[in-house]
Write a protein of this length. Structure first.
Length: 62
């Protein structure tokens, strides 16, 4: 059995990941202000329907 830490990340997006995506999508890195906008957008997008995501995950396990 694996011993997980309570504070262990399950999913993370690093600033490096975000900047890499920006370079691919818009051809440049984001400014500090744009990074803050992106953080808010990611948080909104990931948390908006998190219950549906959790339900799908746990239904698959049952």
């Amino acid at each position: 059995m694996v011993n997980y830490q309570d504070n262990e990340f399950v999913f993370a997006i690093s600033l490096e990941d975000l900047q890499s995506e920006a370079i691919q999508k818009i051809g440049r890195e984001l400014t500090d202000d744009e990074v803050e906008i992106a953080k808010k957008g990611l948080e909104y997008g990931l948390l908006t329907d998190i219950d549906t995501v959790y339900n799908a995950i746990f239904e698959e396990m049952i």
